[in-house]
Design a protein around this ligand. Structure first.
Ligand SMILES: Cc1cc2nc3c(=O)[nH]c(=O)nc-3n(C[C@H](O)[C@H](O)[C@H](O)COP(=O)(O)OP(=O)(O)OC[C@H]3O[C@@H](n4cnc5c(N)ncnc54)[C@H](O)[C@@H]3O)c2cc1C
Length: 342
């Protein structure tokens, strides 16, 4: 009979990240569907009392807290997770695939002689058997599988589950002590964010705007218009609070010494060798819609594209709507309408 542990860590402000409440949905659903299963919560952070009160629906809430657990650090996080799993006697651990947990929980699984899956997109129960789902080979193959080894860590992919709502009340929090190494060799002195001119990646945005290499190509007057392209793209991002994606061809141009959009980096690349973001809507502009790019749109449900070429890839069943038009003209008009609406 499996015992499920919902495991989460706090953010710098002491709250739980949205991804944690998504993992909570997965854990609760599994506990409801799995015969004879019990659910326990385990929290890691500087002070977890406040977030424990948002989990009053769970009978047993365990916490590892103290200044050493405020920050993401492999050694303290592995020790904390291992202590929570041992105290709860958990066989299945459901936790969010945050960067902090993706770094530390494989270590905890190894220490406990368990197994781990990251970026899990679905968890289901059949009788007393648990099945996990995740994508492989750059999101091209989806697999459902099960394991007999316990403990089994399942890290839920952010955006794949609806977040559970925070409850109100007073939880009884059981403090769990952790044996930390006598000397923690890694000291976290602060976080330095990458310097970029503008914030362009917004994972929670409703819309993804993808810019393709066409923005930097010669237009009908025989000249390139990179500055105009940059302000149209940035204007849309600001007005629609959209996130920015790019094709490989566009981000590669910077490395090849061409005049480029200064705010674009390889982090924006969507596709087979880029990211697979989760946004409800996507708008591809000046982008041909080739398979290695479109494979990154796997989780975008409403797809539109603007291209001068009516035979481009988007016209081959890859978009719901293709506007055969000049993206410079269309985006100028769209920004004008959005600005008037603001
Ligand atoms: C192993 C491998 C991995 C790859 N991984 C990735 C990946 O992760 N991501 C990725 O994106 N690509 C990837 N690629 C590259 C991919 O195959 C394409 O080469 C790339 O996506 C093309 O980029 P693009 O559509 O921006 O440029 P292009 O193919 O040059 O298309 C530009 C488009 O802009 C249109 N256009 C020009 N001006 C206008 C205008 N004024 N208005 C409207 N439309 C206009 C043109 O009609 C054209 O269709 C990979 C390739 C390989 C071989």
């Amino acid at each position: 009979m499996d015992k499920i542990l919902f495991l989460a860590h706090t953010e710098a402000d002491g709250t739980l990240p949205k991804a944690a409440y998504e993992a909570l949905t997965a854990a609760k659903n599994l506990a409801g569907d799995l015969q004879g299963a019990t659910l326990v919560a385990g929290l890691i952070g500087a002070d977890v009392a406040q977030v424990a009160d948002t989990l009053t629906g769970i009978e047993r809430v365990l916490g590892v807290s103290g200044p050493e657990f405020a920050v993401s650090r492999y050694s303290s996080d592995v020790a904390a997770a291992a202590a929570l799993v041992s105290t709860s006697d958990a066989t299945i651990i459901v936790a969010p695939a945050t960067p902090r947990f993706c770094r530390a929980l494989p270590g905890a699984a190894a220490r406990l002689d368990g197994r781990i899956e990251t970026q899990v997109t679905a968890i289901s129960a059949e009788g007393d058997a648990v099945e996990a789902e995740r994508w492989f080979y750059r999101q091209r193959i989806v697999a459902k599988f099960s394991r007999s080894q316990r403990p089994w860590f399942l890290l839920t992919s952010p955006g794949a589950f609806e977040p559970a709502s925070a409850e109100a009340g007073k939880a009884t929090l059981e403090a769990v002590s952790v044996d930390l190494p006598a000397k923690l060799r890694t000291k976290v002195t602060g976080i330095e964010a990458a310097t970029t001119e503008a914030q362009t990646i917004r994972p929670d945005a409703d819309i993804l705007l993808v810019a393709g290499a066409g923005w930097n190509k010669k237009q009908k007057d025989g000249a390139t218009h990179v500055n105009d392209a940059s302000s149209l793209v940035l204007g849309f991002l600001e007005l629609a609070r959209a996130s920015l994606g790019s094709t490989k061809s566009l981000v590669d141009q910077g490395a090849e010494g061409a005049e480029v959009m200064s705010f674009m980096s390889h982090l924006n690349q969507v596709g087979q060798t880029g990211s697979t973001p989760r946004h409800r809507k996507g708008l591809a502009t000046c982008c041909h819609g080739e398979e290695p790019h479109v494979v990154g749109w796997r989780f975008v449900s409403e797809r539109r594209a603007i291209n001068l070429d009516e035979t481009c890839g988007w016209a081959q069943g890859k978009a719901d709507v293709l506007y055969v038009a000049d993206a410079f003209e269309v985006m100028a008009k769209v920004n004008e309408l959005l600005a008037a609406d603001a």
